[in-house]
Design a protein around this ligand. Structure first.
Ligand SMILES: Nc1ncnc2c1ncn2[C@@H]1O[C@H](COP(=O)(O)OP(=O)(O)O)[C@@H](O)[C@H]1O
Ligand SMILES: [Mg+2]
Length: 272
């Protein structure tokens, strides 16, 4: 291959890579907008369904009592026949389960909506010049109490230069990473938050001594709704949101992980 040809090849693959990155962030931005819009729309109906379900439980209780007390007035064989005809015993037994399941399902929807709504903040906030450490400290303050049962927290802070960022969103990313780190730890472990910089980047990382991520899953963890956690603990949206925040900062979110040893997530933000 001539020098010119190889130069062309090089440019072409660079172009392909940039196109791919652009499409990726476009996709995330529209996903974010869609998610925030859907969450907003669903929020209201979900609210009254949840509240109606509460009333429904009380009403059903009253109705069942009414039927039981009223049926005392009727001849016993007629009561038996009527109950059979309308499957009364089965309904009375099944109803509480149905209600409990519906409430649990609804609770799940409410959790997911809550996470999706975070996407709507993505468009709002402004970039300002900020000291990353003050955000990191306040985020750690919020979560330290919960973390202390799962892990010892170690801090390795460098003397960081100030950067342009949206501090509330960066705090959100850190919070997600810390929650994931804590949730990955079985029993008690260590979470290490490290900060540093070079000529291009200011970065922070969250390392844990948790379960680790299997190599074949490492790409999947950024997929919307990918979660390995039981219901009530995970929605599979934390890393999607974190990544779109980091993308918006034209930064990089990186992960290294070893099964049974732990994981380390690094957020690199550009210095200018
Ligand atoms: N620190 C970590 N250690 C091990 N696995 C992780 C870690 N962070 C993320 N994961 C994996 O990535 C998945 C997706 O994470 P995330 O998007 O935050 O969603 P969620 O925490 O709601 O499951 C998690 O369910 C988990 O399997
Ligand atoms: Mg998470």
């Amino acid at each position: 291959m001539s020098v010119e040809q190889s130069e062309n090849e090089h440019l072409k693959s660079k172009f392909d890579r940039l196109t791919e990155q652009l499409m990726h962030s476009e996709k995330l931005a529209s996903l974010g907008q869609l998610a925030a819009g859907v969450a907003h729309e669903i929020n209201n109906p979900i609210g009254y369904v949840a509240s109606n379900l509460g009333s429904l439980k009380e009403y059903i209780d009253s109705l069942i009592k009414l039927i039981r007390e009223g049926s005392v007035q009727l001849p016993a064989d007629q009561v038996t026949a009527l109950k059979k005809k309308y499957d009364f015993d089965y309904i009375v037994q099944d109803l509480p389960q149905l209600l409990v399941q519906s409430e649990a399902g609804l609770q799940r929807v409410i959790e997911i909506i809550g996470d999706l709504k975070d996407f709507s903040y993505l468009e709002e906030a402004e970039f300002i010049e900020a000291d990353l450490h003050s955000g990191i400290r306040s985020t750690l303050n919020i979560i330290a109490n919960e973390l202390k049962y799962k892990a010892e927290l170690k801090l390795n802070f460098a003397d960081l230069p100030r950067i342009q960022c949206i501090p509330s969103q960066i705090n959100q990313v850190l919070l997600n990473l810390l929650m994931n780190a804590a949730q990955a730890i079985k029993g008690h472990g260590v979470i290490t938050v490290t900060t540093g910089y070079d000529e291009h980047w200011v970065w922070f990382s969250v390392a844990d001594t948790g379960a680790g991520i299997p190599a074949e899953k490492i790409e999947e963890i950024y997929q919307p709704f990918y979660t390995t956690k039981p219901k009530g603990q995970g929605t599979g949206l934390g890393l999607v949101l974190s990544r779109s925040i980091v993308d918006k900062h034209t930064g990089v979110l990186e992960v290294t992980s070893e099964l049974g040893v732990g994981s380390c997530f690094t957020v690199k933000l550009p210095r200018n």
